[in-house]
Design a protein around this ligand. Structure first.
Ligand code: RM4
Ligand code: MN
Ligand code: MN
Length: 396
């Protein structure tokens, strides 16, 4: 007979999926350069193939986030090819990221650019991306903007806010029923004086201005140091405005390290706020969990497997929180018992229960070992090495 703890872990993992980013399989780097990996994916097909490997051993990653500029070289005309790949590899196209930051034309911004013609081009790209999403039956169009300025006095902040409202509203008008717009914020980088969507409050106001299908996306690397991210999560939940996450970890700025590598308790606290909300409201929060990290020294696929394993563990631990006990302790301001409810759940070793869950799903007990034993890494390293070692210029 299964224990109550095992039941909770099984229930949590049955409900937990996390989306992988296509760009997490390609060679990425820092702004100082890239260290190339022979096994990194060099084509969109290879990204699908690698994502399918992660899903095969974890059972938790049925979809892949796509970047329009990097993954759809021919824009809308690439849709047929992507949908064939999705079928071939059994991985669904997930969130569509338009990419309004890399083209030269966006040097002074996209939706916030003072040049009306550039704003129009950016909007057209957003509309095309939404169409791509519709054709691929993917639900979320996820917007992150690099817009901002580097020096005081160089940009009209209020005017740019108006342009953002206008463009986001127009882009929202293209959404089909069921599609969502996610608005991501980031305090700085690449802009180092002001960023047009710098924090969750700005993203919330813009999402509200855009329309009812717009929500906020929380990238865990996009906050100032020591910001209380789980409080933001709780507020967005209570406003019904939390659309999704980009998970990664950081020590200093937007470091894009692998999820929970620096501070696993923080991810646990985020998951806890979500599950506590669900328990209290007797509803299921409709949140897209996604990975957005740039692990440029760890092997691409093993780092992704490690990430998914850690995500499952932390989600399972958060599901062990005794909500009733917590609520009662909070009501009485019984501080140590309240805090201990979280600490007890966090320090529980859920790995044996997760191994049982994996066995019950026909998944390998040790996903990393199963992948390493499969020979896939050696095979693709050989196949892709020459392509990888000769192209250091792009993130695609
Ligand atoms: C940004 C942001 C976006 C991601 C790009 C690659 O910092 O996190 O979500 O698409 O990086
Ligand atoms: Mn992100
Ligand atoms: Mn980022």
């Amino acid at each position: 007979m299964q224990s109550k703890m095992t039941d909770k872990v099984f229930g949590a993992l049955d409900a937990f999926c996390i989306e992988l980013p296509s760009w997490g399989f390609a060679n990425t780097g820092t702004r100082f350069g890239k260290f190339l990996q022979p096994a990194a994916a060099t084509t969109i097909e290879e990204k699908f193939s690698d994502a399918a490997q992660v899903h095969a051993v974890t059972g938790a990653c049925p979809s892949i986030a796509l970047h329009v500029l990097w993954d759809f070289p021919r824009g809308l005309e690439s849709v047929g090819e992507i949908s064939a790949l999705a079928n071939r590899y059994g991985i669904k196209p997930g969130s569509i990221n338009p990419n309004l930051f890399q083209d030269q034309v966006y040097k002074y911004g996209s939706f916030g650019n003072p040049d009306e013609e550039i704003r129009r081009q950016a909007l057209q790209h957003a509309k095309d991306s939404t169409k791509i999403g519709r054709q691929l039956h993917s639900r979320d169009i996820s917007f992150w903007f690099a817009d901002g300025s580097n020096y005081p006095g160089t940009a009209n902040v209020r005017q740019r806010k108006n342009w953002f409202e206008e463009c986001l509203r127009a882009a929202h008008g293209e959404l089909a029923a069921g599609q969502r717009m996610l608005v991501e914020y980031k305090p700085f980088e690449p802009a180092f004086y002001h960023t047009d969507i710098a924090d969750w409050g700005m993203a919330l106001l813009l999402a509200r201005a855009a329309g009812p299908q717009a929500k906020v996306l929380v990238d865990t690397g996009h906050h100032y140091l020591s910001q209380n991210i789980e409080q933001i999560v709780a507020w967005l939940l209570s406003e019904d405005m939390l659309g999704g996450f980009h998970f990664n970890d950081r020590r200093y700025a937007d470091d894009d390290l692998t999820m929970a590598s620096i501070d696993p308790y923080q991810v646990f606290r985020i998951f806890h706020e979500i599950l506590y909300f669900e328990w209290e409201t007797k509803t299921r929060a409709d949140i897209a969990y996604m990975v957005d990290q740039s692990h440029n020294l760890k092997g691409k696929i093993p780092a992704m497997i490690q990430t998914v394993k850690v995500a499952q563990e932390l989600f399972a631990k958060a599901a062990l929180v005794d909500h009733k006990h917590l609520a009662a302790s909070q009501q009485k301001c019984d501080l140590i018992p309240a805090e201990s409810v979280l600490q007890d759940a966090f320090s529980t070793d859920v790995r044996p229960a997760i191994r049982e869950w994996r066995a019950s799903k026909g998944l390998p007990a040790d996903p990393m070992q199963a992948f390493l034993d499969s020979g896939y890494l050696e095979r693709v390293s050989e196949e892709r090495a020459s392509r990888n070692m000769s192209s250091a210029s792009s993130y695609a």
